[in-house]
Design a protein around this ligand. Sequence first.
Ligand code: 4G0
Length: 254
Amino acid sequence: MTFTVLTIFPEMFSALLVGGIVKRAIEDERVSVESINIRDFAKDTHRTVDDRPYGGGSGMVMKPEPMAEAIRVAKKRHPEAKTLLLTPQGRRFNQAVAQELAGCPGVVLVCGRYEGVDERVREHLVDDEVSIGDYVLTGGELAAMVIIDAVSRLIPGTLGSEDSAQEDSFSAGLLEYPQYTRPSSFEGADVPDVLLSGNHGAVKEWRRRASLVRTVLNRPDLLMDHPLTPDDMAYMKKLQQDIETIIDKNSITP
Ligand code: 4G0
């Protein structure tokens, strides 16, 4: 998988080489990260890449010509790659999008700066517009690195255990269950007995139920379109009954 990053700050991407799974994937040539400096395609002596917005307003906008030239060079080098523009207005990046991109031979990541990018770049020169979340960054570079990280760990051979990327929370559509390691008692907080029991069936059931409770409390939206097993349903109904009993017992209006 080749990531080609178009940016005015190519040095930022050296952060990916500092450590961890992405660094290893790059060293082992399962992943490569190239950068193209958009400023190299500016025509004037000041190497200008931004300009004032038509119609007025505060801030600057990325000029289309240097970005367009940089995108053309990237596409010529990687004709099979998917070209993505990182903006807060894009389609939300999630685990499913990461899985989809992991199947592409290459991804070109176009990073904007300033207050935005000329609309004609988005309309005519990229395949898709992606956002990593509902917040504004000073540039698309950190968003591009988030995508490189999330996609790289899905490339076969990139994890020590190959199935752990498939098994983790968002792939399953539920949040991850709590994890513990030694010591079994830490500052007065004990690991749940069931995890020390050696009873694999009981561990599996406890983890499934812990995932369900976590998801209900933190991300109920994930459960709105998620198939629940008959066991899940029975457990949730029992929780519902317990909650109703507590509400009834504490009711102040008789
Ligand atoms: C284009 C992505 C790029 C337009 C990029 C900002 C957040 C994300 C940028 C803008 C980014 C994200 C209109 C502010 C650069 N910030 N959430 N900043 N506008 O993925």
